[in-house]
Design a protein around this ligand. Structure first.
Ligand code: AP5
Ligand code: MG
Length: 192
């Protein structure tokens, strides 16, 4: 199964992707996590994207295409994967279609976590307080404003892009973590 998780920064994509990964035993592919690891490892990719991410801007489509293409071709992705933070704009959604066509696969479910922007500020502030061993350079209130702006301008149009797809569903991300998981489970037809 190939699942896309959409939603603004702090909407719970990572949290719910981890839940789905456990339930379905398919890998969780977060472009954000992959890029953060490359920064930590000091790779060329990491050096290229570090400033861009710290500023809350989107990394170029070309870089992201290379990252994601390499990853979905790996063996562990054979029976499906969860995409968290990708695609991020219509151009990326179109290139994802081409990648999947090449390997004769298609998107099975698209989930949009719907959360109002005000509560995202609190969530991101709490996350940096809770997770002090891995503080993200982009988790300041100033950079969050930029990330939300990027979301509004570039990523939010994906809701229209996917809205005609029968496998698209908007889930209330304002609910508790366990209720959101429960609703995702229902939408994905996971028995228990
Ligand atoms: P990325 O890593 O994708 O970050 P993001 O979209 O900003 O989202 P977050 O990871 O901050 O939030 P989340 O939705 O995963 O929420 P979480 O589960 O952690 O991207 C970072 C950067 O990388 C981008 O700005 C860009 O530069 C670059 N990038 C990545 N992908 C790219 C792409 N495709 N193209 C171009 N550039 C790209 O939850 C947040 C907090 O809320 C946690 O503390 C959690 O415990 C809590 N929480 C979760 N759910 C609930 C709930 N229901 N109720 C209460 N609290 C909750
Ligand atoms: Mg995340």
């Amino acid at each position: 199964m190939i699942i896309i998780l959409l939603g603004p920064p702090g909407s719970g994509k990572g949290t719910q992707a981890a839940f789905i990964q456990k339930k379905l035993s398919i890998p969780h592919l977060s472009t954000g996590d992959i890029l953060r690891k490359s920064i930590k490892d000091g790779t060329e990719l990491g050096n290229t994207v570090e400033k861009i991410m710290a500023n809350g801007e989107l990394v170029s489509d070309k870089i992201i295409l290379n990252v994601i293409k390499g990853r979905v071709m790996q063996d562990d992705c054979k029976s499906g994967f969860i995409l968290d933070g990708y695609p991020r704009n219509v151009k990326q959604a179109e290139s994802l279609n081409l990648i999947l066509k090449e390997v004769n696969k298609e998107i099975n479910k698209i989930i949009l976590l719907d959360v109002n922007f005000d509560s995202l500020k609190t969530r991101i502030a709490n996350r940096s307080k809770e997770n002090t061993d891995e503080i993200r350079a982009d988790d300041t209130s100033e950079v969050l404003i930029k990330r939300l702006k990027e979301y509004k301008n570039q990523t939010a149009p994906l809701e229209i892009y996917y809205s005609n797809n029968i496998n698209f569903n908007k889930i209330n991300g304002m609910d508790s973590i366990s209720n959101v998981s429960h609703n995702i489970k229902k939408f994905l037809d996971i028995a228990n």
